[in-house]
Design a protein around this ligand. Sequence first.
Ligand code: 13P
Length: 254
Amino acid sequence: MRKPLIAGNWKMNTNVDEAISLVRAMVSELDKIAGVEKVLCPPFISLATVKELVKNTSIQLGAQNMHFEDRGAYTGEISPLMLVNLCQFVILGHSERRQYFAETDDVINKKVKKVIEFGLNPILCVGESLEDNESGRTEQIIARQVKAGLSGIKPAGQMVVAYEPVWAIGSGRAATGKQANSTISLIRSTIAGFWDNNTAQAVRILYGGSVTSSNIAEFIAQPEIDGALVGGASLKANEFVGIVSQTASLKSTR
Ligand code: 13P
């Protein structure tokens, strides 16, 4: 059985002091919740500080991006060598990276390979735009993004995929549980075809896009959805704790 996972993607929010306050406001509550993997993804500059604050707890950390080279003349970038002792997960291919920083499937694939090489867990984001959705191209876009992201990579059960329809991100217009479940089921069968069914059954696939403590139950109740990648609601301690605790009561593998 797949262990549910809830990750909070703080995006470009919080300075170091604010990150400390946010973690302090939720660390003990979160730590107590069993049966769900809890992952905080603060901005790079706060990772080391947050690592100290969650030391000896059940909370794990993730980075929001990573360069695919180990080191070198890439001003402003963060390499796997810098992350390997700081976090367990790395979000890759987020639609905001694809849209605002021109990340292509090819670049994202190089990053996924590196994350796996370094023993970290990739959270590969895929999702269709509103235009793709309205013109009935969702399946095609998602299958392309999944196959391109995994290209040349040996079956890896530690892979996490996040289905984040672009139109649902930050819009308050979440997908329905049924919609998300059906696309996630398609992602799983794409992985099964690309790798094999056993690996596809081990890969956790999350939903992301306007998840809150008021709608998480609808997603978690779906059989194919293994958790959530939460943006805005992860910046509020009560909301995030609420999302994780509902996930634990509905889907815990304790
Ligand atoms: P929101 O939860 O703010 O819609 O963001 C979702 C997201 O992009 C998480 O990576």
